[in-house]
Design a protein around this ligand. Structure first.
Ligand SMILES: [Zn+2]
Length: 402
């Protein structure tokens, strides 16, 4: 009797354990997110780390953004600012930049202030020498654990007390860096978060750009809340205010790009001739529960079903770049924003997707503008037409950003 009771209890515990295991797993995984897809992300990170420096460009590790002055195209000027010194590099159009963010309770940022230096989200020049900056890995692999903690605190501060770093992500600071790097125009992309209040980045940034009389260099961008029935009307109103592109962010806005509820937004963008830049793929540093939204297979339906909309896959799919390449090869209305990809991967994109479908974007103020520009210069050395196309020509041709 005693023995049977014991067996019964342990059997029940074992069963409960197994049931718990499966129920946890079924929370994490579904047809939208398979266990092998989670495993593939872990494998991608490990493979990339192991192969850094073994590609055609060798080791590409610099001492912070200032360290990029060791490259042939850059130098430090007399104020120790990194500047593009090669006169032959075409003036660029950056299709993916932001200004300082403040949402919810966070006080407004003075976007017209100029400060001594920019505190990037990866603040690689805060120390001397700067943090090790590896250009041969996906760029967010350069965040140390401490830098990632700082990033998380900064993101929280942008919702509550306000972020001191974000207060340096201003219009004059961006324009000064654009001058340093010969970047003529930058597309400024807000995100509509769907918060109950304090959620007016698009309106605030449009007003700030107008107030600073910077509209010829900072192209106004918009965003809408996925699934919001008023989104098509909002898009029309934003176009009337001069926006040139919108950003949609599946992991931050928590939607599947192929959700039928998105159709009215895509239809409106088609009618308005408004390109959509998607945050593309899993970056690998966002909360894991949001990874399921950003698999490349969930973007395909939107790109396929709305052939009259120009889509840009931001970050070229980030850590899912290998699944973004076949999409770009298959669909003429999809270009890849190159921001984030390491130099070996960028070289592969150039040969497999081609120079006419790659767009220069920097994700400023996450990183210095030159962190992406330097990689373009490396992979297009001796290829002036490809260099022009990526840095400028494609944005002019596809979106009229002349
Ligand atoms: Zn972005």
């Amino acid at each position: 009797m005693k023995r049977r009771h014991f067996l019964g209890l342990s059997g029940a515990l074992a069963l409960a354990g197994v049931a718990g295991y499966f129920s946890l797993r079924s929370d994490r995984f579904s047809e939208r997110y398979l266990e092998e897809e989670a495993d593939a992300l872990i494998a991608q990170k490990a493979r990339e780390a192991a192969q850094s420096g073994a590609g055609p460009y060798g080791a590409q590790v610099y001492e912070g953004y200032r360290g990029l002055a060791a490259l042939p195209w850059y130098e430090l000027n007399d104020q120790a600012r990194l500047v593009l010194a090669d006169e032959s590099v075409p003036a660029a159009i950056d299709v993916h930049a932001h200004l300082g963010m403040n949402m919810l309770f966070a006080p407004d940022i003075d976007l017209t202030a100029q400060t001594d230096r920019v505190e990037y989200m990866l603040d690689c020049d805060a120390t001397d020498p700067g943090c090790p900056l590896d250009l041969d890995v996906y760029i967010n692999a350069n965040f140390s654990d401490a830098a990632l903690r700082r990033l998380q605190l900064m993101s929280l501060a942008q919702l509550f007390q306000g972020s001191g770093a974000a207060a340096t992500h201003t219009i004059p600071n961006l324009l000064a860096e654009m001058d340093d790097c010969r970047i003529e125009k930058a597309q400024i992309l807000p995100i509509a978060w769907g918060l109950p209040f304090g959620d007016a980045l698009a309106e605030n940034w449009i007003a700030a750009i107008e107030g600073a009389n910077a509209g010829s260099r900072l192209l106004r961008g918009g965003s809408v809340v996925p699934g919001d029935p008023e989104a098509p009307e909002q898009l029309r109103a934003l176009v009337a205010q001069g926006i040139r592109m919108i950003k949609l962010h599946p992991t931050m806005q928590r939607f599947y790009p192929d959700d039928p509820a998105m159709s009215s937004i895509y239809e409106a963008c088609g009618e308005l001739d408004l390109p959509i830049l998607f945050h593309g793929g899993r970056a690998g540093i966002e909360p894991e529960f949001s990874h399921k939204y950003a698999l490349m297979r969930h973007y395909e339906g939107a790109i396929r079903d709305f052939p009259n909309v120009q889509f840009v896959m931001g970050h070229a799919g980030a850590r899912d770049v290998d699944q973004a390449i076949p999409l770009a090869q298959k669909y003429a209305n999809l270009s890849l924003g190159i921001h984030g990809q390491g130099v070996t991967k960028l070289d592969q994109l150039l040969s497999e997707v081609g120079p006419d479908r790659l767009l220069f974007g920097t994700d400023w103020p996450f990183y210095h503008l030159a962190a992406t520009q330097a990689k373009v210069l490396m992979v297009t050395e001796g290829k002036p037409e490809a260099r022009y196309a990526i840095l400028r020509g494609n944005a002019e041709r596809l979106f009229g950003f002349a």
